[in-house]
Design a protein around this ligand. Structure first.
Ligand code: NAP
Length: 279
């Protein structure tokens, strides 16, 4: 256990800052992890009304760490005492660590995506088309670059893709140019297709056959229309579960300094989504 992370008989409190948070799987995933690790800890989903006051509350209540989700990943940066390099380059914090009153923001989404991709393919030298230009897309760019791949950003609003590409030092293309792009993998980092808009497909299905692997960061539903259309064309697919689990596992490592029970975390997420664990 990390220094100062546990005083005797004390229940550690971790949380999720977002709004809404009712549908988040993080509480189930992290509680399952803490239980399996024998750590006495609570993980509470906080629907944040005022972010600044919530961050003050973290200090005041001695909450040891938090996950940060929509819509606060960017806004929370200015409220941290420190932001590590990776989170500042990505421009989004999804993980907060409270080290005796000093709040540090970091990001584990990039590693979640990198590990998820690497569980299926080698990224090195491969071109990866990424749809979106928000925090998740920027994290994906960072993760692909860290794995030696070549990310290309495409966003509905091209100015955002251009800005993100400039910040991160990667290429970008017009949304309409997807059909001309020669890429190995397609990653959807937009919410298109997410429940309740499950029938939405972010791109023309006909374009999917040009990729070897189509990855959807969306995990609810487990099989989005994008993945169904890719599958129908014989293309490999991966939903957002593995990224979610891997980014959460990294949070557990950061908060506790211990190895997370990834299998148990994965099982908790898949069960909560009504799917069946393949392992
Ligand atoms: P965000 O900051 O709100 O960005 C959303 C992006 O999606 C924007 O670039 C937006 O384009 C684009 N977009 C929205 N609706 C679209 C549509 N119908 N068609 C095409 N583009 C659309 O969100 P985010 O934080 O980056 O998250 C994006 C998605 O990734 C969410 O679904 C989130 O749940 C998921 N995610 C999953 C994981 C995981 O662990 N699996 C982790 C992080 C995020 P404009 O700029 O044109 O508005």
């Amino acid at each position: 256990m990390r220094d100062g992370a546990k005083r005797s008989e004390e229940v550690l409190v971790f949380g999720l800052l977002g709004n809404p948070v009712g549908h988040s799987l993080s509480p189930k995933m992290h509680r399952a992890a803490f239980q399996a690790m024998g750590i006495e800890a609570e993980y509470v989903a906080f629907p944040v009304v005022n972010l600044e006051q919530a961050v003050t509350g973290i200090r005041g209540l001695g909450i040891r760490g938090a996950s940060v989700t929509i819509p606060f990943k960017e806004e929370i940066i200015s409220l941290m005492d420190k932001v590590d390099r990776v989170a500042s380059v990505i421009g989004a914090v999804n993980t907060l660590v409270n080290d005796q009153g000093v709040l540090t923001g970091t990001n584990t989404d990039w590693l979640g995506l990198k590990r998820a991709l690497e569980s299926r393919i080698s990224i090195r030298g491969r071109r990866v088309a990424i749809l979106g230009a928000g925090g998740a897309a920027r994290a994906a760019v960072y993760g692909v670059m860290a794995g030696g791949g070549e990310p290309i950003l495409l966003n509905r609003t091209p100015q955002r893709a251009m800005r993100a590409a400039r910040d991160l030092g990667c290429g970008w293309a017009l949304w309409e140019g997807l059909g001309d792009l020669n890429a190995h993998v397609l990653v959807n980092a937009t919410p298109a297709g997410m429940s309740p808009r499950g029938d939405e497909c972010p791109v023309e299905p006909e374009l999917l056959s040009r990729f070897h692997l189509v990855v959807d960061m969306v995990y609810n539903p487990l099989r989005t229309r994008l993945l169904e259309e890719a599958e129908a064309r014989g293309v490999g697919t991966m939903n957002g579960v593995e990224m979610l689990v891997q980014q959460g596992a990294e949070q557990i490592r950061i908060w506790t300094g211990m190895e997370p029970p990834i299998q148990i975390m994965r099982k908790a997420v898949i069960e909560a989504l009504g799917g069946e664990d393949e392992d």
